[in-house]
Design a protein around this ligand. Structure first.
Ligand SMILES: Nc1ncnc2c1ncn2[C@@H]1O[C@H](COP(=O)(O)OP(=O)(O)OP(=O)(O)O)[C@@H](O)[C@H]1O
Length: 312
């Protein structure tokens, strides 16, 4: 079941498209990572999901219902969000800010405030005015405010901004807990691939307003496997030997001379010995790995090149 689906959602500012025909599909209970460089349209998309701005075209479906200005109140009550930098009443304490939020949301559970402050590790400073908070502390308080009413869906824009490495780890673990124990669906934006890698179940890659890939992390990791690259002028015979002498099944010819072998249970030594025995010439053999980073950079660069070609 999908919690969010967008259908060709588009947003223009002063005639310029900053989000173009985006179709995302967020499944119930998953952490969906919206990954893209700065300025790629992540915040704008999230603002549309939370009804802060209206799409220029396209439709948004949340909890199976079309998002409209009139239907939105009931829907938005089931969503917790933090878009851009969280804003608070600076003179008020963390506790008072959360009390005000609960009042506004009609959520009356006195215990929830301490529980949630504990979850984001702010319990020791509940009575300090927010104006004394660092960016990271405000970010944690923003997360606390987003989760306090136990929403079914969390929409968080760059939530780890301003956190130090320890803070990042704590918040990451909190998100995983919320997804797993409380079955909260989450869409989280970031420009840091490594962060998404450790958290997300599905990743949507956005660049220049366009969604260029939506893929499960599991499928991603499979693509990311190590392989042995073999360069040989005798590709047909080499393939024959790999298949019928070494009984390999998972290899791919990538060009006239190059074979990539993804089978993990064969060594380079074994391959070269068998090729030599079968009189097959070999130019080189090496172990390689495509990192996720390379893969995503490749995607973004390809998209950028396509646009250059289109403009020429
Ligand atoms: N209200 C606005 N009026 C005009 N242009 C806007 C407006 N809001 C955003 N933009 C432009 O839309 C593009 C996408 O911005 P957006 O903030 O959605 O990107 P982002 O991926 O969230 O980036 P960042 O991580 O830097 O916030 C940018 O070029 C930005 O300048």
């Amino acid at each position: 079941m999908h919690i969010i689906r967008t259908h060709n959602v588009t947003k223009c500012f002063q005639g310029k498209e900053v989000v173009s025909n985006v179709n995302i599909n967020v499944k119930k209970g998953e952490i969906y990572g919206l990954l893209g460089p700065n300025g790629s349209g992540k915040t704008t998309l999230m603002k549309m999901l939370t009804n802060l701005i209206k799409p220029t075209a396209g439709e948004i479906e949340i909890f199976g219902q079309r998002l409209t200005p009139s239907s939105s109140f009931a829907v938005l009550g089931r969503i917790g969000s933090m878009i851009e930098f969280p804003i608070f009443y600076e003179k008020f304490t963390a506790k008072e800010n959360l009390e005000l939020h609960c009042e506004y949301m009609g959520y009356h559970n006195k215990k929830a405030i301490n529980e949630v402050l504990e979850m984001v590790h702010l319990i020791n400073i509940v009575n300090k005015p927010v104006e004394n908070f660092s960016l990271g502390m405000k970010q944690r308080l923003g997360i606390a405010r987003a989760i306090i009413t136990r929403p079914e869906l969390l929409i968080l824009d760059e939530p780890i901004n301003g956190l130090d490495p320890v803070g990042i780890r704590e918040i990451r673990n909190l998100f995983k807990l919320l997804a797993k124990e409380y079955n909260i669906t989450m869409i989280i934006s970031s420009h840091i691939l490594a962060e998404m890698e450790q958290m997300a179940d599905t990743v949507g890659v956005i660049n220049k307003g366009k969604l260029i890939e939506e893929v499960s992390m599991e499928a991603m990791r499979e693509r990311n496997a190590e392989y042995i690259e073999l360069i040989t002028p005798d590709i047909t015979s080499a393939c024959f030997v790999l298949e019928h002498r070494l009984y390999l099944q998972n290899f791919k010819v990538v060009d006239q001379k190059i074979i990539r072998i993804f089978d993990q249970n064969v060594s380079q030594k074994e391959i070269s010995k068998t090729l030599i025995l079968n009189d097959i010439e070999m130019e080189s053999m090496s172990k390689k790995v495509t990192s996720l980073e390379e893969y995503f950079m490749g995607l973004v660069e390809k998209e950028n090149q396509n646009q250059v070609v289109k403009h020429e």
